[in-house]
Design a protein around this ligand. Structure first.
Ligand code: FSX
Ligand code: SF4
Ligand code: F3S
Length: 397
């Protein structure tokens, strides 16, 4: 696929140019790159078998991809998960790496001003922009449940989605309906691919999804004009090629028959397996057990003591009751390495997280160590606000 962004290089900055113009330090970018290597190592060819410095050098030359972000029926949790990063000002950095042309939650303008900004962005980057869709689209009683600037949601998606180079459906709602489509589904909520089946669409389900998966997809597209290899549900394989149960930090307890019976019981306090509490990990494909949220070790549902509800699966979350125990027909032989029963919770180690296969584990470990090293050098373990960035989020002037 030819990279349409290359043709736009004269009007769009490279990431390096942008960071320089906004006074963002190289070190802040290096820390970000090492986090990216942990979270989306295979989503981005540019990160494979490289040091953070090499990754930063490669990414710096990439033209910032123009992104138009539309909200439909959603809770805005997908946007929140992108912005709620643990490193100070990572959200700011992310917004400098992509060229966010329109985003209702983040932009200052409203009303006519916002509508004009959207129209201008669509016109200026027609055929080149990536459309990110957050939320499901109502199909019943057109215009009753949602309108944008007087237009029914269906028309907005057909128009703006039709002119996009590619579409990323962020979150389970945009992927296939999500919460709004739960029974009795009053709005007839569907995902983007149901309405635009012939477009290039990547689904990044999750409620909310891991934001680094989105970054991996956007940056791969920006760097070489391709989208990652996807599974039958259009999910990028690099992030959804394994099930939660396979590398779960509590897997050793599952194999030993140690199950939580009730929230707050001794097993729950000890970090035992949540299978009998309805955990859907055995039939849920996602990287949560190895790529935690917001760069904080153990920040993922099972890590904080809640069962996986299967939020990345089309036929699990919001379809199967939360406490219903899943069948174990999908479970293969246990992996050769996973966490010992004595795993302690609250800190990350390659062993304790039961992590990943050998290759991914090595890369993730190296990236994590690198990020810690840079963090300490930068004093990023300190209070928020210490990043040497002085740009405004979304400032694209
Ligand atoms: Fe849906 Fe996104 Fe769940 Fe919320 O908006 S995927 S309800 S976390 O945030 O669309
Ligand atoms: Fe982890 Fe759930 Fe599997 Fe138990 S059932 S090991 S908590 S994924
Ligand atoms: Fe969702 Fe399960 Fe991960 S609920 S966030 S897929 S652990």
């Amino acid at each position: 696929m030819p990279n349409a962004l290359v043709a736009s290089a004269k009007v769009l900055e490279t990431i390096d140019e942008r960071l320089l113009r906004c006074g963002i330090s190289r070190r802040a970018f290096l820390i970000f790159c090492s986090s990216l290597m942990i979270a989306a190592p295979y989503g981005l060819a540019i990160t494979e078998k490289k040091t953070p410095e090499e990754v930063a050098a490669g990414l710096g030359k990439v033209v910032r991809p123009p992104v138009i972000w539309l909200h439909f029926q959603d809770c805005t949790g997908c946007t929140e998960s992108l912005l709620q990063t643990s490193h100070p000002d990572f959200g700011d950095l992310i917004l400098n790496i992509i060229s966010l042309e329109y985003h209702e939650t983040l932009m200052a303008g409203s009303g006519l001003q916002a509508r004009q900004a959207l129209d201008e962005a669509v016109k200026k980057y027609a055929g080149k922009y990536i459309l990110v869709v957050e939320g499901s689209i109502p199909t019943k009683d057109q215009g009753i449940y949602m309108k944008m600037a007087g237009r029914p949601a269906l028309n907005v998606l057909a128009d703006i989605g039709g002119k996009a180079a590619a579409i990323v459906a962020i979150g389970s709602c945009a992927s296939w309906g999500g919460i709004p489509s739960a029974d009795p589904d009053p709005t007839g909520a569907v995902g983007v691919a149901d309405l635009l089946p012939n477009k290039s669409i990547v689904n990044i389900p999750g409620c909310p999804p891991n934001p680094y998966t989105l970054l991996g997809v956007l940056l791969q597209y920006a760097s070489n004009g391709t989208l990652p290899e996807a599974d039958e549900l259009r999910r990028p394989k690099f992030a959804f090629d394994r099930d939660i149960h396979e590398h779960c930090t509590r897997r050793a307890h599952f194999d030993a028959g140690n199950f939580v019976k009730q929230y707050g019981d001794e097993g729950h306090r000890e970090g035992w397996c949540l299978y009998e509490m309805g955990c859907k990990g055995p039939e849920t494909h996602a990287g949560c057990s190895t790529r935690h949220f917001n760069e904080i070790p153990d920040v993922w549902p099972i890590g904080i003591g809640a069962p996986c509800i299967g939020c990345t699966e089309k036929s699990v979350a919001f379809r199967i009751p939360m406490f219903q125990v899943v069948q174990l027909h999908t479970i293969a032989a246990p992996p050769t390495s996973f966490a010992p029963i004595t795993t302690t919770h609250g800190s990350m180690s390659p062993l304790a997280t039961g992590l990943v296969g050998l290759g991914v584990g090595a890369l993730a470990g190296a990236g994590y160590v690198a990020s810690r090293k840079f963090s300490k050098e930068q004093g990023y373990d300190g209070p928020p606000g210490s990043t040497p960035s002085n740009s405004e989020p979304g400032d694209d002037a």
